[in-house]
Design a protein around this ligand. Structure first.
Ligand SMILES: *Cc1c(COP(=O)(O)O)cnc(C)c1O
Length: 398
């Protein structure tokens, strides 16, 4: 029924706004939506260059880098590919850590591109195993490993990895491997420092902490990575850094950029600077802690078992044995008009993921947790009441 664009809506109208509490895409603030809702301009005209130069310069402050940042009209997966194809050659060895589903997808991509991946396992309940990575680097006497790739915030488990510790392990081994980090669900939500932590390539996307719709992704590129690109032999064209950087020097792109999403990015960056990055991180930490207090009050467990590595952008909650996370999510969607993240890979139906990142407030968090608590009751999942109260105590207490 092409004349009825809303024909896909199978449910009756649910009053009030939909709660999109998946860990990305996140809720897009009105200011960003209004910025996007403007006429598309000539991306080769004089006005565009100014916009391009401004967003590229401002993005560096988000990555905390003095180096280069490039923007692709692509989902985060594209920026994963860009990081690999610009720096590596067929048959190169890459060290990765299976922190969860997203690390597994990046590994699968690397193998499809012809890289040889050495994969350090975890139990999916903590961040990257730094000691195991250090041991693998120490054992690599021939220094055949060309890159170490780590997911900063593993969105399937709600665990973060200690990137500065990974860098320290590489340095302690005296190893020349590049460090590449996926920050798709942490950038602009959780403290991250491309330069200070010695990261060579950072990968990010638009639709999580940056509060934009899906469709943009990023590489922050350090000097060593850029030098590696000179000899890297993997085939690349669309993702090629050098042609992108050459055009970016004057604020332009080698092909048509996502002009309207760049308007949105310009607005989103202004919002982040208005609030102050430190305040943005503190807000995410606080919401994450209030969420964990609710989970504990319910008598449930978080998927992340390592307190030092709890994620501030999402919390994955384990369902009691014999109870379905997907059935619970379906009840919550139908009764309370809220979308929560599903379990991915082996965690399918075992966990639900509460996204608390992006444009998010205390009251939005209490609404979210209220929906989960009512859903637990409606779906007959054993729990204690009082999760919302525990969150209020955290948010309203001193
Ligand atoms: C969302 C996400 C991705 C995938 O990004 P797409 O935009 O879906 O391609 C990769 N890694 C992490 C950590 C993510 O959270």
């Amino acid at each position: 029924m092409p004349d009825r664009p809303e024909a896909h809506r199978s449910q009756a109208y649910q009053p009030g706004r939909h709660f999109l509490q998946i860990p990305g895409p996140t809720n897009v603030p009105d200011r960003v939506l209004r910025a996007i809702d403007r006429p598309t301009i000539d991306h080769r005209g004089p006005e565009f260059g100014e916009l391009g130069l401004r967003v590229l310069a401002n993005l560096k402050r988000i990555f905390r880098t003095e180096g280069e940042v490039v923007i692709y009209p692509a989902s985060g997966t594209g920026a994963w590919e860009a990081a690999l194809v610009n720096t590596l050659s067929p048959g190169d060895r890459v060290l990765m850590c299976r922190t969860g589903w997203f690390a597994t997808l990046w590994q699968a991509m690397a193998e499809r591109l012809g890289l040889l991946v050495q994969f350090v396992e975890t139990d999916w309940r903590r961040g990257a195993d730094v000691a195991a990575l250090a041991a693998a680097l120490a054992a690599d006497r021939a220094q055949a490993i060309k890159a170490v790739c780590v997911v900063h915030n593993e969105t399937s488990t709600g665990c973060t990895s200690r990137i500065a510790a990974v860098r320290a392990a590489i340095d302690a081994a005296g190893h020349p491997a590049l460090l590449m980090v996926d920050t798709i669900s942490s950038l602009a939500s959780i403290d991250y420092r491309h330069d200070a932590w010695g990261v060579d390539v950072t990968v990010a996307g638009s639709q999580k902490g940056l509060m934009l719709p899906p469709g943009l992704s990023f590489n922050a590129i350090g000097a060593r990575a850029r030098a590696a690109a000179k000899t890297a032999k993997l085939a690349r064209s669309y993702w090629d850094w050098e042609s992108m950087l050459a055009a970016n020097a004057t604020g332009y792109f080698p092909y048509t950029p996502s002009t309207n999403l760049l308007y949105g990015l310009d607005a989103a960056l202004a919002m982040l600077f208005d609030e102050g990055l430190e305040n943005v991180f503190a807000r995410h930490d606080r919401h994450a802690e209030a969420t964990r207090r609710a989970v504990a009050a319910w008598g449930l467990e978080t998927q992340c078992a390592e307190p030092a590595e709890y994620s501030s952008s999402l919390t994955a909650v384990r369902l009691p044995e014999g109870h379905s996370a997907d059935a619970l999510r379906a009840v919550i969607l139908e009764k309370y008009n809220m979308s929560l993240g599903n379990g991915l890979g082996p965690l399918r139906d075992r966990v639900l993921r509460i996204g608390h990142l992006g444009d998010f407030s205390d009251l939005a968090l209490l609404g979210t947790l209220g929906g989960v608590e009512m859903g637990l009751r409606a779906a007959g999942v054993p729990h204690r009441p009082g999760g919302v109260q525990a969150a209020i105590d955290r948010l309203a207490g001193n």
